[in-house]
Design a binder for this molecule. Structure first.
Ligand code: NAD
Length: 428
């Protein structure tokens, strides 16, 4: 392995819709509801820039490997690009472009002044020692340095990267700039400019949005049962907060399977992925299920918060929940989405539900630029208020246009991005 130089991209999977195809299809769907200049829609089909860099790494054994890195910058009409950096063997240029488009919509939907970016390195981080990961991250920061910065493009952690990687990235960038530039990335440890509450923010927003959707449907939280797939950064805080709100969380899972208690689990007692990785099944619960069975449980609310593409045309007819709140990115395939629409199952989309992550990243950036740190209470209060604003905007579209929650969220986002393009115009 040490001599391998994985510069080539893996084959694209032939059958699944790619992230870019999905992003373009959703753009078209939203555009069909709006009276937007076709020239603006055409511009939004394409990323402004995609940077491809070679990232050389001295391995621990003294050999040199060269990895391919990308940074896709989709649209910056509302502000600097924002989005994660992933270290994963399946990273491709098209995936980065598609995910950068999603970030454009997510930031616009949350009404935060960022555009969409996404990047990564084609590498399996499990093949790297911690020292190698540090050297690779620092060199990637150096390769991307001309294209990023606190007012240009602000990366964040994603699959295979974490707060430590962001600290290295910020340090490498800052050393070359000659001054500490904490605002160049978000998702850092709080001691070097990270925000309190960033870790649990995506899960927190999932719980807030689920609570609002439950209320919108006229249900009583106390009588509502919930199943959550995945008990990591998104699933665990979402399950725990819904439990605190009074809902009955009957099932949670990790990669090994699910635990189920029809009377409700004590979610604060079940170890999260961070507290003890993959230990959910060790918890003493009345029943153990597979992840597939969890998705088909007879519950009121299903929260897929582990990985993408788990709700498919194969299982969509067997899902018994009446409300799905997407915690993971892209857990529902377009075929499953169509089935849910037909069956009258409400699906609250990822770009709204898990947007707490990017929203608290925005708070982190504000704190960095102002050299001032916010209390956890302030982060929670401001997040709650941003989520409620976004929820209200989406509700308005659902009610006025009779569209799905997903279409409504994209309509809100596209309307804002298109209006900004309209005002700024095309130059020259
Ligand atoms: P994580 O690694 O912290 O936790 C993932 C959880 O899912 C773990 O409990 C793991 O055991 C479980 N899991 C992994 N593979 C599984 C499988 N095949 N079947 C069932 N369970 C499985 O990850 P996370 O940060 O919570 O991310 C989960 C999802 O949320 C991803 O789609 C991610 O892109 C998305 N997301 C994360 C953030 C963030 O800031 N962490 C923000 C927005 C969206």
């Amino acid at each position: 392995m040490a001599s391998a130089a994985p510069t080539s991209e893996p084959d694209d999977e032939p059958t699944e819709e790619t992230a870019l195809e999905t992003a373009r299809r959703q753009l078209e769907r939203a555009a069909a509801h709006l009276d937007v200049d076709p020239g603006i829609i055409e511009r939004l089909h394409h990323p402004n820039q995609v940077h491809r860099v070679s990232v050389p790494l001295e391995r621990d054994d003294g050999s040199t490997a060269v990895y391919t890195g990308y940074r896709a910058q989709h649209d910056s009409v509302r502000g600097p690009y924002k989005g994660g950096l992933r270290f994963h063997p399946d990273v491709t240029e098209d995936e980065c472009i598609g995910l950068s488009m999603w970030m454009t919509w997510k930031c616009a939907l949350m009404d935060i002044p960022f555009g969409g970016g996404k990047g990564g390195i084609v590498v399996n981080p499990k093949d790297l020692s911690i020292d190698e990961k540090e050297r690779l991250t620092r060199r990637f920061a150096e390769e991307l340095r001309p294209f990023i910065g606190p007012t240009k493009d602000i990366p964040a952690p994603d699959m295979g990267t974490d707060s430590q990687a962001m600290a290295w990235f910020m340090d490498a960038y800052s050393m070359q700039e000659g001054e500490t530039q904490a605002g160049v990335v978000t998702g850092k440890p709080p001691v070097v400019g990270g925000s309190k509450g960033r870790d649990t923010a995506p899960g927190r927003s999932v719980a807030i949005i689920a609570r609002e959707a439950i209320e919108h449907l006229g249900w009583d939280l106390e009588d509502t049962t919930v199943a959550v797939q995945g008990f990591g950064s998104v699933g665990a805080p979402a399950a725990r907060l819904l439990d605190d709100y009074g809902a009955t969380v009957v099932a949670v899972s990790d990669v090994n399977g699910a635990i189920y208690d029809p009377d409700g689990l004590d979610t604060h007692d079940v170890p999260t992925h961070e507290e003890e990785p993959e230990a959910v099944m060790k918890y003493d619960a009345p029943q153990k299920l597979s992840n597939e069975e969890l998705l088909e449980l007879d519950v009121d609310v299903l929260i897929p918060a582990a990985i993408g593409n788990v709700l498919t045309e194969e299982n969509a007819d067997d899902v018994k929940a009446d409300l799905i709140v997407e915690g993971a990115n892209g857990p529902t395939t377009s075929a499953a989405d169509a089935t849910f629409e037909e069956r009258g199952i409400d699906v609250v989309p990822d770009i709204l539900a898990n947007a707490g992550g990017v929203t608290v990243s925005y708070f982190e950036w504000l704190q960095d630029l102002n050299h001032r740190s916010w209390s956890l209470e302030r982060v929670h209060d401001e997040l709650e208020s941003e989520m409620l604003d976004a929820w209200a905007a989406v509700c308005e579209e659902v009610e006025s246009r009779d569209v799905t929650w997903r279409d409504a969220a994209y309509i809100v986002a596209l309307e804002r991005v298109a209006a900004a393009h309209e005002h700024r115009g095309l130059w020259p």
